[in-house]
Ligand binder design. Structure first.
Ligand code: GUN
Ligand code: FE
Length: 442
């Protein structure tokens, strides 16, 4: 092995089927030793046991006092919307027209796309997020720029070019044939290159004609190991619009299901207002959903039903949904998720929240054989967290009785200051306070 890391570790050793299993599957090692080799996890043990296996002299990176968790997984985010985060005053459909589409038009320019890609990935890493499922814009160059930047950092990232051919400005629409061709070329160029994967990305049903959805179906059939990433049932007006645009379909999800776009690698963002039959369809097709608490609150979309998601046995991960979401930070996103639960009498524990942000998100993205915990052979993506960086946090953490309370206080009061360092593929790619010194890899 090439690296040895000492600190407190928290992860989940297996995927959970219900929230009752989480405490049993959680593993907390207060004084642990993590061994890495070639970007992979070799072992995680107690310091006492592991120490004897160290070949001396072996430098040990000492993170005692820090909490080390698997890298956060953001299951839904738009990189081009970074520059319009926090846009005032609208709900979904007006927000798209007034703020989103104008900003996305700029990504025809490769230089702009490259600059924003680098900025975006630094935002992810400085917030402890090591994997994301990402929307580009309609322009293929937006996705080329993002994949190039992620490739240099060796990140496990899934992304795709937006496909849309109607109900959007001319400068952002394409023909179904163009959409098909450009997507095909991007798949050839990027899918399965290093740690990168491609997601077919029809924006949502309203900007997709039946012909376009037919092309997406064709691509999914031709490239069955690609992902499918779109929006579903976010806003009541949006849902009514879909019903009027697709009167032959039984509901919003049936539009996607009809074109065979549901499945093990399909991820549907939001799912705030699903019918019972739609929950059943998601379960039966093994599709996943992305819960985006800050976005759903910011756009006034509604409250995602966490309990129903567990009850209906649908895979779920957390999405920041920047720029409708208001932060890149997973701790802050989990804290908002807790409040969404509170409004429905659901108590989201820190244990459950960290599950969704790590192994649960990895499972939702069908990446749990690669990432999500510290089992041997997993890819070494993790985040080193300082649980107390402000006077308030230090005072409050001094009063925390156990790891559960410590983590709950961390997610309630925490933000990007708490991210001490972020590791990707066994390499430290981001460190707090090192930005100015230019110590960032990649
Ligand atoms: N529905 C269709 N496009 C978008 C988008 O860009 N953001 C959100 N939140 N919902 C959408
Ligand atoms: Fe979104």
């Amino acid at each position: 092995y090439t690296q040895a890391i000492r600190g407190s570790f928290f992860d989940f050793t297996a995927v959970a089927e219900n929230p009752g299993q989480l405490t049993e599957l959680a593993r907390y090692i207060e004084d642990g030793l993590l061994l890495l080799n070639g970007g992979k996890i070799v072992s995680l043990q107690n310091w006492e046991e592991g120490q004897s296996q160290l070949s001396y002299p072996q430098a040990v990176i000492d993170y005692r006092g820090k909490l080390i968790v698997p890298g956060f997984v953001d299951t839904h985010i738009h990189y081009p919307q970074t520059e319009m985060i926090g846009a005032f005053g609208e709900q979904l459909l007006e927000w798209l027209q007034h703020y989103t589409f104008p900003v996305e038009s700029q990504y025809h320019c490769p230089t702009h796309a490259a600059n924003m890609s680098a900025f975006f990935l630094q935002q992810l890493l400085s917030n402890g997020t090591t994997t994301a499922l990402v929307f580009g814009t309609v322009h293929p160059q937006s996705v080329d720029a993002l994949f190039e930047a992620a490739h240099r950092l060796n990140m496990r990232l899934i992304a795709g070019k937006v496909m849309m051919d109607c109900n959007a400005p001319d400068y952002l629409t394409e023909t179904p044939e163009q959409s098909y061709q450009q997507t095909r070329e991007l798949i050839d160029r990027w899918h399965n290159r290093g740690r990168l994967s491609y997601a077919l990305t029809p924006r949502f049903a309203p900007t997709s004609s039946p012909a376009l959805l037919g092309k997406v179906r064709q691509l999914k059939a031709e490239f069955p190991d690609t992902w499918l990433h779109t929006h579903l049932s976010e806003n009541p007006q949006e849902i009514e619009w879909v019903k009027s645009l697709f009167p032959d379909r039984s509901g919003y999800l049936d539009v996607y299901d009809h074109y065979q776009l549901t499945g093990r690698r399909s991820v549907f963002a939001h799912c705030v207002h699903l019918e019972d039959s739609e929950w059943d369809c998601l379960h039966d097709t093994d599709s996943a959903v992305a819960f985006c608490p800050t976005s759903n609150l910011f756009l006034g979309s509604g409250l995602f039903n966490l309990k129903r998601c567990w009850d209906r046995q649908v895979k779920m991960g957390i999405g920041t949904d920047v720029g409708a979401g208001t932060t890149f930070n997973m701790l802050k996103t989990l804290a908002e998720g807790y409040k969404v639960g509170q409004l429905q009498r659901y108590s989201l524990s820190a244990c459950e929240a960290f599950y969704h942000a790590t192994l649960g998100g990895a499972k939702a993205l069908d990446l749990d054989s690669h990432i999500g915990n510290f089992l041997p052979g997993k890819e070494a993506d993790f985040v080193v967290i300082d649980p107390a960086v402000s006077e308030l946090q230090k005072m409050r953490q001094a009063n925390s009785r156990d790891i559960g309370e410590k983590m709950f206080v961390l997610m309630t009061l925490g933000d990007d200051r708490n991210i001490a360092s972020t590791w990707v593929n066994g390499q430290c790619v981001w460190q707090q306070n090192s930005v100015e010194k230019g110590e960032i890899a990649g």
